[in-house]
Design a binder for this molecule. Structure first.
Ligand SMILES: [Zn+2]
Length: 130
């Protein structure tokens, strides 16, 4: 992947991380009856997600933060944007939506087929899951 694109995505991730950390802080300080003003803050931010309750939001942010941290680690390790299955490049478009994506679209499709509604146990599992 283009190093310029990587550093661009890294900047975006860091900005998003900062926003989430700020929102978490605000979320802590805003009383429950003042949830409307919290909603306004979120509407103005670039953080994705629907408005639920404070509790649901902090859960959502936790997941997002974990994804961002994983992605930043992968950037540092130089494995960001590379499919763990076939070493193909993961499209930037996809990384913008799911920065923690570790599979290219083809492998993702296979993965979803294998891990779809029917769960089979046995040696057919590829063993690359963490
Ligand atoms: Zn792949």
């Amino acid at each position: 992947m283009n190093p310029k694109t990587v550093s661009q995505l890294k900047t975006e991730l860091l900005a998003k991380k900062k926003t989430i950390l700020n929102l978490q802080e605000l979320n802590k300080n805003i009383p429950a009856e003042d949830e409307q003003s919290m909603k306004d803050v979120i509407d103005r931010s670039d953080v994705e997600g629907e408005w639920f309750t404070k509790e649901r939001m902090s859960q959502h942010w936790k997941v997002e933060l974990a994804q961002i941290n994983t992605s930043l680690q992968r950037i540092e390790a130089g494995t960001f944007g590379i499919c763990i299955e076939c070493d193909a490049g993961i499209p930037v478009k996809r990384l913008r939506v799911r920065p923690d994506a570790t599979l290219c679209l083809d492998c993702q499709e296979i993965f979803e087929k294998e891990n779809g509604s029917i769960r089979l146990s046995g040696p057919s599992s590829s063993g690359v899951l963490h």
